[in-house]
Unconditional design. Structure first.
Length: 253
């Protein structure tokens, strides 16, 4: 039985507020929460809302610990396209989090096996993730877990799908400059989180969101595995829910 709870938002602003409220509640209830964080355009509004919550005095991140899903292989933390840089600019430097409590895979570590084992150990040492934030890629990828023949378990080094490289090319001088590999938390690591929050916006995500939430569970659509998790909340705007509303309206609650 699909345990997903799908929350509909009118637009991106409402989606960002509703999703931020879920993370804010987690931090208020447990100030020492471990947050699994994501990058990309979808969570930007949510991060802006969390910053507002901190500025208003409603949120305290001083004891929060974070683990990010992924990082491009080969980029330094100071490269303005690295995910470490993204997190600093869009969230961390605006709140009272201790940077020593923030974790992103090390894109500069050339030994993939070593870095993947290190990152798995970091997650394990925290006792797992309380709430994992996810976006969904056009290929159905979560983190950088691309369509494959099997679900990858732990942190792994992936070859990025041409569609993913194309989607990310807008952030680089050209498609040739986009890193071709990334370190990513594995499907098993993601599924071990106590709660999962997936955000999706825009009509471009409507078909893949339908496949992820209502289609068969297959490593060809990595996000479809979330149907097996006991506590998943999907917050999506009307445009992203278009296909689900057409084909499976009873799924939206």
């Amino acid at each position: 039985m699909n345990m997903m709870k799908i929350i509909k938002a009118k637009d991106y602003a409402e989606l960002s507020r509703k999703a931020a409220n879920i993370i804010a509640a987690q931090v208020i209830l447990n100030p020492e929460s471990v947050l699994g964080l994501a990058t990309g355009s979808s969570p930007l509004g949510l991060y802006a809302e969390l910053i507002k919550g901190y500025e208003n005095g409603d949120l305290d991140f001083s004891k929060v610990r974070t683990v990010n899903l992924d990082e491009y292989r080969g980029l330094t933390k100071d490269n303005d396209q690295s995910y470490a840089y993204f997190m600093r600019e869009n969230l961390f430097k605006h709140i009272n989090i201790d940077m020593a409590n923030t974790n992103v895979p090390d894109g500069t570590e050339p030994d993939a096996a070593k870095e993947c084992a290190r990152y798995d150990a970091v997650i394990e040492s925290m006792g797992g993730v309380d709430i994992q934030l996810l976006g969904i890629g056009h290929t159905g990828h979560i983190g950088f877990n691309e369509p494959a023949d099997e679900f990858k378990k732990g942190t792994n080094c992936v070859d990025l799908d041409p569609k993913t490289i194309e989607a990310n090319a807008r952030f680089f001088p050209s498609a040739d400059d986009v890193p071709k590999q990334a370190y990513t938390m594995g499907i098993q690591s993601i599924m071990k989180a106590k709660k999962i929050l997936l955000v999706a916006n825009g009509e471009g995500k409507a078909e893949i969101l339908y496949k992820a939430c209502c289609g068969p569970i297959t490593p060809r659509v990595p996000a479809s595995v979330l149907q097996l998790h006991p506590d998943v909340v999907v917050v999506a705007d009307e445009a992203a829910l278009k296909v689900i509303e057409e084909k499976c309206p009873c799924c939206i609650g």
